[in-house]
Design a protein around this ligand. Sequence first.
Ligand SMILES: Nc1ncnc2c1ncn2[C@@H]1O[C@H](COP(=O)(O)OP(=O)(O)OP(=O)(O)O)[C@@H](O)[C@H]1O
Length: 619
Amino acid sequence: MRHRHATPDDAPGASRLAAFLGVFRYSHRALGLVWRTSRRLTLGLALCTLVAGVLPAVTAWVGQLIVDAVVAAMEQHRAGEAELAVLLRPTLDYVLLEAGVVALIALAQRGLSAQQSLLRALLGHQVNVMILEKAGTLTLAQFEDSEFYDKLTRARREASTRPLGLVNKTFALAQNALSLASFGVLLVQFSPWALLVLVIGALPVFVSEARFSGDAFRLFRWRSPQTRMQMYLETVLAREDSIKEVKLFGLEPLLLDRYRRIFDTLYAEDRRLTIRRETWGFLFGLLGTLALYGAYAWVVVETVAGALTLGEMTMYLMVFKQGQAALSASLTAIGGMYEDNLYLSNLYEYLEQPVPEQTGRLTAGARPGDGIRFEGVGFTYPGAERPALTGIDLHLAPGHSLALVGVNGSGKTTLIKLLTRLYDPSEGRILLDGSDLRDWDLATLRRRIGVIFQDFVRYQLKVGENLGAGDVAAFEDEQRWREAARRGLAEDFIDAMPGGYHTQLGRWFKGGQELSGGQWQKVALARAYMREEADILVLDEPTAAMDAAAEAAVYADFRAHARDKMTVLISHRFSTVRAADQILVIDGGRILERGDHASLMARDGRYARLFRLQAEGYA
Ligand SMILES: Nc1ncnc2c1ncn2[C@@H]1O[C@H](COP(=O)(O)OP(=O)(O)OP(=O)(O)O)[C@@H](O)[C@H]1O
């Protein structure tokens, strides 16, 4: 259950306090965040906090005035000094004053809760936007790193509510501290010792609160892989894209059982912690109560002995009661702040995740027209033992086509990921127009590449927007949608849809239409054609789900339009591959054979064997 964060438990002796205070380091950042979210609301909160903090002491003080005035009036009335109505006047004025003060407190408290709920909405949104903006700057490798993914999940799950929680508690603490200070002013007149007794009585609860909050946090961090598995199982069991298979294979009971078992483990830990936390909280709380009633008895004794007036006694008793309540509220707030800070450390850990700096600025290469070159390129996935690619050399000039063939897992898609700079090579270099990809401005580079991956995204948006996604500048350009759809062979079925290009796709939203696998592929192909500026077209098995006629048409069009472009094609269908100028047979991350169809057939190696195998299959 260890983790990298300094907590009170990790620190040796003297630095324990420093470590403990260290966990409050995010408080000012949370405050800054709230302040930037809405200055007006933050100021409003501060004002209401001030009013709600000071006024309780005023009510206690007015309470004293009332009782003393009543006692005085009773004595005067008994002595027949004045009319009852006249005698009652000051008392009733005080009662009126008290009512006014109480009304003001109620107003301040309403103001607090109203402003808090507005801030909660604004802040939740703000933090989510920050999380998503950051996600946009991260690399693919970071997303594929499970530990990093945990950070993201934790940040999203908890942290959007925590900053306001922290600020609310900070304000609650300030409010209660103000009340306490004002009670203190009243109480010190009775005895400074009384004040001390109350504070000492409440300290143990605080210490145990802080301790258990730390435990809860460690538990939360430690179990995040399990929580992630739970979330994943929820998705598999309740999402339309997986439910088909889950049903047919009858996986529900098995997955649900796994889901339950994770819950049971987590629940058992929670239960243990909750019981310990509440038991110790109760025991230490008793100490505080004892201190309060000790002081209570003391005040009663002093009153009977004649050292205090009845009014003063009423006031002190109220001060004790409210003071104790304010004290334990402050302590709970501090305990909660400790917890919120720990959770917030998650958020900032995620937000501060270093992003590799993009230093490339080139918008044109050193040798324009040279095309793509791989020089001794090797690549190993982070954490993988064996390289996915080794010693790849190739040259693809404008106007030429390259096809990659190889068994599953041989490294074809990886090569595309390197070409599109989703990853950088671990060895060697990749040049475009004579300049290293790493020196290119990333946006310029990406504009030059149109790519469809095997696992292209099926956006649950309008069908037109699904095409527009290929070129953000033309995201809503209906004319361009139509052109791209024509080239991707998607035109016919889109025209036949009820809302044409404005038909909603997918099942997530009302009225959404589902497409067939091949239709989706045509949409993805059309999306790649949206990239007008692209002179490098990469198709990773783009037609696997299409019927034979569609596939033939796609390639005829593709060849016609790609005359001056560089094209890279991955396919397991040799009938498609054979037309490429250059064919690379990849095996275990290395180039096994290369050449055009005729030379590879003449060589009579792996390519020729596989080609004949497929040809026999069709015969
Ligand atoms: N994100 C990743 N992290 C770690 N290893 C990966 C990752 N993606 C792929 N690999 C591994 O790298 C190797 C090459 O995978 P790649 O996806 O490039 O194969 P492919 O030739 O495109 O296969 P297919 O024909 O099945 O699409 C495989 O052994 C695979 O397990």
